[in-house]
Write a protein that binds this ligand. Structure first.
Ligand code: PLP
Length: 414
């Protein structure tokens, strides 16, 4: 049985108070909180086997290397990759997306080529393509949104695929709308047009069962810190043949097989893309985070978040002054636990500030998705709450009470 209250107790920060009240954390789409098992795994590494990996022959270095590789094996299994060769460790999803642009993109995108992304992308899946398109003289196309800007317009996608883009890069889950895109179908359509497909999994991998083989994508980017791991560790999944054919972006230690005065040859995958000393504590923390999530089961994670989202949308529907963006409650199957909302007549920063005083952490602003948010609202900002395994219906009730406080302070009538 899923027990969010019990899970909550595994997260030390959630037993702290905020402004004298039970702390309600609703900003997991920005970064998740960390369970004690993850914190302990990192502390244990520094206390008992801190050493560099892949080169020492002494006991603790071998132990650190084993833990690093075990983390990669866990991640490969978690996302359905074939093995550790297909999991490149980077700092975060942003770096993973940039790695594709700088390596695969540099070689494969030519002047006049089309790159297709969507209007619901995070800046991390926009700016690298703008930069690449500028360098190469390529064309950057955007799939439009439809149905009150809640979904990708699949007709527009198909029309733009007719221009035979070399790359289609799409977010699995929108960090603003909460929309869960049908990335399997998008990948199939894109492959039929000869495109390579990159999925931004930053908001999906932490929250639902994601299987890169079932999706069929060529690349996927993800961030560890949004899925219980520390900051500074993320991954790029890539199909082995593609990664084999790609050139490394950074040169240095570990990524080489041999170096002479005149040149170098590259190491095997995944090390070819991991120059220099890795984020060892991050990888160990990610390994512990994956163990924790596996212990709960990703289907249970998803079910819990859907239940909370349904409950929150239900409660918000009682308040006329509140509007919620993204797919409606009736389409919870295609919604994640990310909820951007607006309170009529109140700036989102005021909402977030008043919420903070009520002990509730939410995010307000453009959510690194300015092309989307500027189309959604004239204020160019939205409030956003986002759920994870440690949130409860009581948290939602606290939010509804806080909306009441906002309305009272700002003198908003329903
Ligand atoms: C959809 C999406 N993509 C990419 C990112 C970038 O993640 P990071 O900042 O960890 O690189 C985020 C972060 O919020 C995101 O929500």
């Amino acid at each position: 049985m899923f027990d969010a209250e019990r899970i909550r107790r595994d997260f030390p920060i959630l037993s702290t108070a905020s402004h004298g009240k039970r702390f309600v954390y609703l900003d997991s789409a920005a970064t998740s909180q960390k369970p004690k098992s993850v914190i302990d795994a990192i502390v244990d590494y520094y206390n008992t086997y801190n050493a560099n990996i892949n080169r020492g022959v002494y006991e603790i270095s071998e132990r650190a290397t084993d833990a690093f590789i075990a983390s990669k094996e866990k991640l490969a299994k978690f996302i359905g990759a074939h093995g550790i060769e297909e999991t490149i460790y980077v700092r975060n999803a942003t770096e993973a997306l940039n790695l594709v642009a700088l390596s695969w993109g540099e070689r494969n995108i030519k002047s006049g080529d089309h790159i297709l992304i969507t209007e619901m992308e995070h800046h991390s899946n926009i700016v690298p393509w703008q930069m690449l398109a500028k360098r190469k003289g390529a064309v950057l196309d955007y799939v439009k949104l439809t149905h009150g800007m809640a979904y990708l317009d699949m007709e527009d996608l198909e029309a733009k695929l007719e221009k035979s883009p070399k790359l289609v890069s799409v977010t699995h889950v929108s960090n603003v709308l909460g929309t869960v895109n049908d990335v399997k179908r998008i990948t199939k359509l894109a492959h039929e047009c000869g495109a390579t497909v990159l999925i931004d999994g930053a908001q999906s991998v932490p929250h639902m069962r994601v299987d890169v083989a079932a999706i069929g994508c060529d690349f996927m980017a993800l961030s560890g810190h949004k899925m219980l791991a520390p900051t500074g560790i993320g991954a790029l999944y890539g199909r082995r043949e593609l990664l084999e054919a790609m050139e490394p972006v950074l040169g240095g230690g570990d990524m080489i097989r041999s170096v002479s005065m005149h040149g170098a040859t590259w190491n095997d995958l995944p090390w070819k893309f991991e120059a220099g000393t890795s984020n060892i504590e991050g990888a160990i923390g990610l390994g512990a985070a994956l163990d924790y999530l596996d212990g709960i089961g990703m289907d249970s994670v998803r079910e819990h978040e859907q239940e909370l989202t349904r409950y929150a949308m239900d409660r918000f529907s009682e308040i006329n002054a509140v509007s919620v963006f993204g797919p409606p409650a009736s389409d919870i199957e295609n919604r994640s636990g990310v909820m951007a909302f607006a309170i009529k007549g109140v700036h989102p920063h005021d909402v977030a500030t008043i919420f903070d005083r009520e002990g509730i952490a939410i995010r307000a602003g453009h959510h690194c998705a300015m092309p989307l948010v500027t189309q959604l609202v004239t204020e160019k900002a939205l409030s956003r709450m986002s759920f994870y395994i440690y949130n409860t219906k009581e948290d939602v009730d606290r939010v509804v009470d806080a909306v009441g406080v906002v309305k009272r302070i700002m003198r908003i009538k329903d």
